[in-house]
Design a protein around this ligand. Sequence first.
Ligand SMILES: NC(=O)c1ccc[n+]([C@@H]2O[C@H](COP(=O)([O-])OP(=O)(O)OC[C@H]3O[C@@H](n4cnc5c(N)ncnc54)[C@H](O)[C@@H]3O)[C@@H](O)[C@H]2O)c1
Length: 269
Amino acid sequence: MKVLDKKVAVITGAASGIGRSLALGLMKEGCFLALADYNKKGLDETVRLVKDAGGAAMSQVVDVADRAQVDRFAAAVIKKYKQADIVVNNAGVTLFGRLEDVSYREFDWIMGINLWGVVYGTRAFLPHLKNRPEACVVNLSSAFGLIGVPSQTTYCATKFAVRGFTESLQRELKDTRVTAISVHPGGIKTNIAFNARFTSGFGKDANKKFAKRFDRMARTTADEAAKAIIGAIKRKKRRLLIGADAKIIDIIQRLFPSMYGRVMDALYG
Ligand SMILES: NC(=O)c1ccc[n+]([C@@H]2O[C@H](COP(=O)([O-])OP(=O)(O)OC[C@H]3O[C@@H](n4cnc5c(N)ncnc54)[C@H](O)[C@@H]3O)[C@@H](O)[C@H]2O)c1
């Protein structure tokens, strides 16, 4: 999709981080925007930033884990714009805790947003994407959709699932004009760590402490991540690694498919 001008781009999780940067980036490419998030304050702020920069955006408060809400959002987008060309299933959360400390309620919470949110968003918009001369669905997995990581069993389960879902869909879509892109960012400086949930063993203020550490570790900005995603949409890339850390993780996983844990421990402790 070389030219993004006048395309309709749908973005979930647009109130913060990568979603907000994508909204601004796609607006600059000339896209009309349809933005969703369950954080109304952050969503309104993104819409304000888009409009101040001369762009057009509709927005809707949507919990992506609720299928009926996602379906209503898709209907509202089609009613307003009559089309959808790009759908970015970006909304996501993380949860820290060893498997034995995670409750099923917490497991359901992260699965609902990170996996079912992607499935609902893809299914709700796919028939509309198929009506377009060219279109794409972009699903946010992670570098943790390539390797398993301790205290991230739930997050990795969702992000491996998003990769499997998206790669299977790519094959189903091979005779259509729709591209499915699986995105694997490394550490991106956003609010994800601050918004993370922690199991009880981590104690109070775990998210504040971790967010500080994460901010030092994460090397890529949300704007850089958005730029890479827009480049992948234009080039119809089906797999996108963002950041040197994601690229290193990918190489280590390929070289040592069953031993990468030891290699990572030796490198990063
Ligand atoms: N930041 C990173 O290092 C990193 C790395 C790999 C993958 N990712 C993925 O990138 C995506 C964007 O994350 P980010 O880093 O910009 O984080 P972020 O916390 O800054 O943004 C995530 C957005 O998703 C929204 N959201 C959460 N639950 C929702 C729900 N139920 N319904 C609707 N919206 C909801 C939040 O309100 C927020 O605006 C996520 O899928 C994340 O897993 C991030």
